[in-house]
Structure formats: C-alpha cells, structure tokens
Design a binder for this molecule. Structure first.
Ligand code: DLL
Length: 427
C-alpha cells in the first residue's frame, strides 16, 4: 500500500532498497553491454551488493553516456517489449532517448499518483494539465498519474493560454499542472482577459521542470490564490514523479526512495557528501525494467535531509534545486547561479518576476547586463531602485552587473511553451 511505503521505518525501506538494487545491478549487467563493461572495469558484480552502502563502489552514469549510446544502447529490453519512448532534448547534441515497458509505465503512473496525492489532489479533483504533451515527459507523466488517482484530467497541454483560462473557469479546474513560469503567464493572461486569476476555482499549482526560488513561488501563489506544490523529476530516471513536496509541510520534496535511490556528491571529486551538504544529486533507479540507471549524475544541485517530515512520511527529502552544475556562470572569476540573482532581485517589491541576464566578452573582460521588469503601475524613484538592486547584488553575490535596465511591465518575452530561458551567454 502506498501509504505504508511512504511512512515505513527507514530500516525496513533499506532492506527493500538493497534487494531492488541487487536486482537492478544484475539486470543491467546481464542486458546492457555498456553497464557490463563498466561494472567489470570497476570489479563489481551484483553479488557484491550487500547493502545500499555498496552503491559507492559503482561507477557513475552521465548525460554524455546517454548521448554516446544514442539511440538505444542503454536499453535493457528488446524493442518489442517497449510500450513508449520519450526523449529529452538538451541544448546541444542528440536527445536522450528513454524507453518504458508496460511495468515501467505502471510504476510511473503509481509514483505520479502518489505525488499528486501528497500534493493534496484527490479523485474528486479536476487537474488541468498544461505541461507539454509529446516527447517531453511532463504532459503524459502528469496525465497518467491523474488518471491512476481517479481524478479528472483536462489534457490542455502547453500554449493557447486564453483558451486555458476559459477552461479553468468553465470546467472549474482544481489544480493546474505546469512550469512555474507558465503559471505566472497564465495569471497574467487571465488578468488581460478581465478574469481575476484569484477568483478562479484553482486551489493547487503542481509546478516543476525548471528552477523556482522561494520568492518566485510566493509570487505564483499570490497571483493565482493557490498553493504551489513543487515537483521534481527527469526523463533519464522516469520523468516527473521522482520527488514532490507534501501539502502538509511544503518543506522539501519527498523522494520516492523505494524506486529512486538518492545520493549527493561533490561535483568535482565525486565523493559522497553528508546529509545537509549541497552538491550534485545522483540517482539510481531501483525498479526500472527498460532503462535501469545506475548512479546517474543529474547535474542538479541540492541537499538531502533524512529527518522525518511533519507530515509523517519517512522518505529522504531534497531541497529545491538551486541550479545545475552546468548553469554555473563565471563572471569575472566570480561563480554564481541565476537562481541567486533571482533571489536578490525578487526581494524588491517593485520588481516583477521577470528578468534576463546577458553576458558578453569585451576587451577580454566579461560584461554582465541584467534586465528586470517593474511591477505594473510603478511610479517610484527608478534611480534609487536601480542603486538599491545593484548594491544588494554586490553585497550578497560579490558581483555588480555592468548595466541594470529597469523595463516596463510586460517587456520581457514570456514563455508560453517549454522551459523558460533567462540566461543569454553571448561569450
Ligand atoms: O522536466 C520532468 C518534469 C516534468 C519534472 C514536469 C517536473 C514536472 P526533463 O525534461 O528530462 O524532465 O528535465 C529534467 O529539469 O534535471 C532539472 O534540471 C530540471 N528540473 C525538473 N524539475 C525541477 C525542479 C522534466 N522542480 C531536468 N526544480 C532536471 C528545478 C527541475 N529543476
């Protein structure tokens, strides 16, 4: 039973994890030449896995491996056993191809249904699913979970926002599933149509797929008059459904550890880090058939806690992703993540949750330009605001943008489809 799994004693879950890990290693070894070679090189076999602590002896898998093994080198089953294929496109190179057997799809629907239940969604609710349908795992992932839960799903997909606002109003959607940037866009569009988004029946936003700082979440909740619940996942592991916040505590995302085993490592040395320390999240699938994944380096930066949550669930929890290891911006030698800039600028009430960072190289030097939007109807002192933002950035991040432009509300391009882009590196 789902409830029992989520609240099981950690020791009990550990036994299950060990058993599943051993099976996963054996399955990968027998059916994926890529893993066989790498496990042989590392001198580890399934029999050596006595407990989950032995995981550290296994080599990492990276996104480059997915690219090198394109299209199907990492699949552990024959094509005829696949029921579904999705793909996740990066900014460069070949997409990562991921496959699902019937059992994998069942697992996916189960973890998604569990996630939605933890978010407070029930069988009586109507979920408007504005994640993109198609190769992206967001749309079909939430769709399958909502159906498994017995909720009503409106497969609106991404885009067509005016229509979506009407649907939410006329069909009385209880939950909106979408990226955080789309949730804001949705609220804005509603306002333009003369609909007060806070008056819509929506009470939950199931957001995810891109980073969202705490001030951004507050903004989203405020604009939609709904509770924002964060979801985390990635195609390589299954799609959405790896981790989710609970509605009771909203205090870190519960990782469905009976299926996905988390570790956090130092991205430079590869060493496992202790609870609470921030590093790169590494995930191992424990029950996947078509695509078992051993120690996948997600590139996502976060930290873990194993303390029991106020909601009574005993799973490990991950904090919000602060950035991706490959999002790190080095500006004149100073390291910073876009989310840190977001945290600072959104502290100012006069600033709307839209910004962009442009980086250039001029005379061998980095030049950083920051553009932020003012809230509608701002009539305060712009110069003082500019000065305040610049000083705050310099004091908190040790970086002072070379130019800060305050633009009118609505100037920065909105993202209606796909993931938001905020950094433009022209160097
Ligand atoms: O974005 C799966 C997903 C769909 C998750 C809908 C949640 C909701 P991919 O397209 O493969 O899969 O992208 C995975 O997106 O490695 C993170 O960098 C980022 N990501 C996903 N969720 C979050 C989140 C889906 N809550 C990549 N916060 C991951 C920050 C996230 N980044």
């Amino acid at each position: 039973m789902a409830g029992t799994t989520e609240r099981a004693a950690r020791e009990e879950r550990r036994e299950l994890q060990t058993e599943r890990l051993r099976d996963t290693v054996a399955h990968a070894y027998e059916n994926v030449p890529f893993y066989r070679e790498r496990l042989d090189e590392a001198g580890v076999s399934a029999e050596d896995v006595q407990s989950v602590d032995d995981l550290e002896r296994l080599p990492f898998t990276t996104k480059e491996h997915f690219r090198d093994e394109y299209p199907d080198g990492l699949l552990a089953v024959d094509d005829d056993e696949l029921l579904r294929i999705h793909a996740s496109s990066g900014t460069t190179g070949k997409p990562k191809i991921v496959g699902y057997t019937e059992r994998d799809l069942g697992l996916w629907h189960e973890v998604m249904a569990r996630s939605m239940a933890a978010a407070g969604i029930g069988a009586d609710d109507t979920v408007q699913n504005a994640y993109g349908y198609g190769l992206f795992t967001g749309g079909l992932g939430f769709h399958g979970g909502a159906e498994e839960l017995g909720a009503t799903v409106i497969p609106s997909g991404s885009g067509n926002t005016g229509r979506q606002v009407e649907l939410a109003r006329d069909l009385e959607s209880d939950a909106l599933a979408c990226t955080p940037s789309y949730a804001l866009y949705f609220a804005e569009t509603a306002r333009e149509m003369g609909v007060d988004p806070r008056e819509l029946p929506l009470s939950t936003v199931l957001y995810g797929a891109e980073p969202c700082t705490e001030p951004m979440r507050e903004e989203l909740e405020e604009r939609l008059g709904a509770v924002g619940i964060e979801n985390y996942g990635l195609s390589e592991l299954i799609g959405p459904g790896v981790a989710v916040e609970c509605r009771e505590a909203q205090d870190g995302m519960h990782i469905w550890e009976d299926h996905f085993y988390p570790e956090v490592i130092d991205p430079t040395t590869g060493e496992t880090l202790p609870e609470g320390e921030e590093g790169e999240l590494v995930l191992t699938s424990l029950s996947k058939e078509a695509l078992p994944v051993l120690r996948y380096r997600t590139g996502d930066l976060t930290s873990l806690t194993y303390e029991e949550c106020a909601c009574g669930r005993t799973t490990a929890r991950m904090n919000g992703v602060t950035g991706r290891a490959d999002d790190l911006l080095v500006v004149r030698g100073v390291n910073l993540y876009p989310s840190q800039v977001e945290d600072v600028v959104l502290e100012f009430d006069a600033v709307a949750p839209y910004y962009r960072i442009d980086l250039y190289r001029e005379d061998e030097l980095d030049r950083m330009e920051l553009t932020v939007e003012l809230t509608g109807g701002f009539d305060g002192d712009r110069e003082a605001l500019c000065k305040g933002v610049l000083e705050r950035l310099e004091n908190t991040l040790s970086v002072r943008p070379d130019a800060l432009e305050l633009v009118e509300y609505g100037t920065i391009e909105r993202t209606e489809v796909g993931k938001v882009k905020r950094v433009y590196d022209h160097r």
